[in-house]
Ligand binder design. Structure first.
Ligand code: UDP
Length: 312
């Protein structure tokens, strides 16, 4: 019999790629989303797929799933700084009550539960690159804390719930990820730069552009999530997933201009508060425990993403 996976945030950027991956691998996928940041466009190609069922619901309210679930991937949460700061209380609610409601479904079904956490738990890091053993440098009362602290308490909740109820939980910390189906309006750096470049508009670099990120193409992330979901029993993580190719934001802007052949010029705008200065995933644990290796070069990934934005 086919196994079933529940994916929360199924209409989101990463969630929708996970739906495709697991349907392709022979699972029944039940996707749920409230369309707070997700889009029907990301899943409309699955409409008539007999292995896909969609439920529109908000995970901050208790919900029921009528069929048996073997695995849960909890990806429902606004994730870009613009989106998660729009209604910070909702973000916090999703990070706590949303996770708790999804965990209750896992408990009922004895399902393996994988929580999407984030590199934001490291805050503006004082250690570089960031290993999972680093406890982070988060401003608990700043504008990013609804997401940073939300995801931190989400990790506590998942680990405690797993320990207290004695079932399998797994936590991944996702570093900046990009690719087709990013929302062109959610303010993230890759989507902003590509859309601006394609329109020959100014490229908005915040601050001096010397802050860094390690950016990962979405198919690499999906392969890491797959490996973590089916990793050895008892391996709970947290484990970093993403890319360890680090680039300054200014160099990223130049690369996007070059790859799009754009006439855009860079303009420098105010750096948002608490914007992390440096970020690079330490992938030692993912490599050792999961045999994870990101494969898509930044040029290849950006070209595929540029093609997506040209067509959409
Ligand atoms: N950024 C930028 N211009 C933009 C959007 C973002 O310079 O138009 C910078 C932002 O200040 C941050 C980095 O790019 O340093 C990554 O931002 P993003 O919002 O994509 O993700 P974050 O890693 O901050 O959550």
């Amino acid at each position: 019999m086919k196994k079933s996976i529940l994916i929360t945030g199924a209409a989101g950027f990463i969630g929708s790629h996970l739906c495709d991956k697991f349907i392709g691998d022979g699972f029944n996928v039940i996707g749920i989303d409230n369309f707070y940041t997700g889009s029907l466009n990301n899943i409309c190609h699955l409409k008539n797929n007999s292995c896909f069922k969609f439920i529109e619901t908000d995970i901050t309210k208790p919900f029921e799933i009528n069929e048996h679930i073997d695995y849960i991937l909890n990806f429902a949460c606004p994730a870009s700084p613009v989106a998660y700061q729009k209604d910070p209380i909702f973000t916090l609610n999703t990070c706590f009550n949303g996770v708790l409601n999804a965990l209750e479904i896992a408990k009922k079904n004895k399902a393996i539960f994988l929580q999407a956490s984030t590199s934001e738990v490291y805050g503006d890091p004082l250690e570089h690159p960031q290993k999972e053993s680093y406890w982070g440098n988060v401003n608990p009362c700043g504008v990013r804390s609804c997401y940073d602290e939300g995801k931190r308490v989400g990790e506590s909740l998942v680990f405690d719930f797993g320990r207290q109820n004695n079932f399998e939980v797994k936590v991944i910390r996702i570093f900046n990820t990009y690719g087709p189906r990013m929302d062109r309006q959610d303010g993230r750096v890759v989507s902003n730069f590509i859309v601006q470049a394609l329109n020959n508009e100014p490229i908005t670099v915040y601050g001096k552009g010397d802050q860094t990120r390690s950016i990962c193409y979405v198919s690499d992330l999906v392969s890491g999530i797959d490996k973590m979901l089916f990793s050895a029993a008892g391996f709970r993580g947290p484990v970093n997933l993403g890319s360890d190719f680090e680039i300054t934001i200014e160099d990223l802007a130049k690369k996007v201009i070059e790859l799009t052949g754009s006439k855009s010029k860079i303009v420098y705008e105010k750096l948002p508060s608490d914007d992390p200065k440096k970020r690079r995933a330490d992938l030692t644990l993912a490599r050792k425990k999961l045999g994870y290796e990101p494969k898509i070069s930044i040029d290849e990934g950006l070209k595929k993403t540029i093609d997506f934005f040209k067509q959409s």
